[in-house]
Design a protein. Structure first.
Length: 249
């Protein structure tokens, strides 16, 4: 199929990992049509009053980077919004079902484990990306205007969000000790397996980026009986809708 026309109606890209996260947003789309992007299904339509293109890129950093890269190569977008579920770190002030907004995205695994402790890619001396002359290491920015706008929109909607750094890991933290370690190292509020890859690709392409997560679990000694994945996905979907309502950027 052919994508809908570009111009003033250029869409906002909404990218998540799995159908569980995408489905609540997809149900809310009007005038939806589908296309294959990088071998994955993308759905374009209208969410509220904003044209969007929705992609479940797959779990993990490789799938996230591949899916978003394929989308940005195929379709101009105004901004990228990463969303989905995440695990909240101890002391972050986030309960299950709450919403978190990223103030920056951090690769939690890239670096080196040394006898003196973990060191970042900056300590190694190798940047992961460069943007307008700025070398980017483990940390990738979110767009401050998008972040500020989302915070205000969620507050007005009665969904106040906790804002703070997000950590992206390859191996989810399944112990309280690991969660406390990462929270302390990065002053972070939650973790996922994709967010820094979205931010990384958005930075390469120069596209404004923001991210939000619904909290499915606390990062503690792993107990799936306490997880609430569906409720967190629904919370993230509602937050996405409020965040891009009447989107202007």
């Amino acid at each position: 199929m052919v994508w809908l026309e570009t111009g003033p109606t250029t869409p906002v890209a909404l990218v998540c990992s799995v159908p569980l996260e995408a489905e609540p947003v997809r149900r809310a789309l009007r005038a939806a049509s589908t296309a294959r992007v990088g071998g994955k299904e993308a759905v374009e339509g209208v969410l509220g009053t904003t044209r969007v293109v929705l992609l479940a890129a797959g779990m993990g950093k490789v799938n996230a980077a591949h899916g978003l890269t394929a989308l940005l190569e195929a379709r101009p977008v105004r901004a990228v919004v990463g969303f989905g579920v995440g695990g909240a770190y101890p002391g972050a002030g986030l309960d299950v079902g709450a919403v978190a907004l990223a103030t920056r995205e951090i690769y939690g695994d890239e670096g080196a484990d040394t006898p003196a402790g973990w060191i970042s890619t900056e300590s190694i001396g190798i940047a992961l990306a460069e943007r307008e002359g700025e070398r980017l290491f483990n940390e990738f920015p979110v767009d401050p205007k998008l972040l500020s706008r989302a915070r205000r929109a969620l507050q007005r909607a009665g969904m106040p969000a906790v804002a703070g750094p997000f950590v992206t890991v390859s191996c989810c933290s399944g112990t309280l000790a690991r969660g406390e370690s990462l929270a302390h190292r990065f002053s972070a509020v939650c973790e996922s397996m994709e967010g820094a890859a979205y931010a990384h690709v958005a930075a390469i392409y120069g596209v404004p980026f923001m991210e939000l997560r619904g909290i499915s679990n606390l990062v503690e000694n792993r107990d799936l009986a306490r997880w609430r994945l569906k409720e967190a996905a629904e919370a993230a979907a509602r937050a996405v809708q409020f965040s891009i309502l009447n989107f202007e950027f």
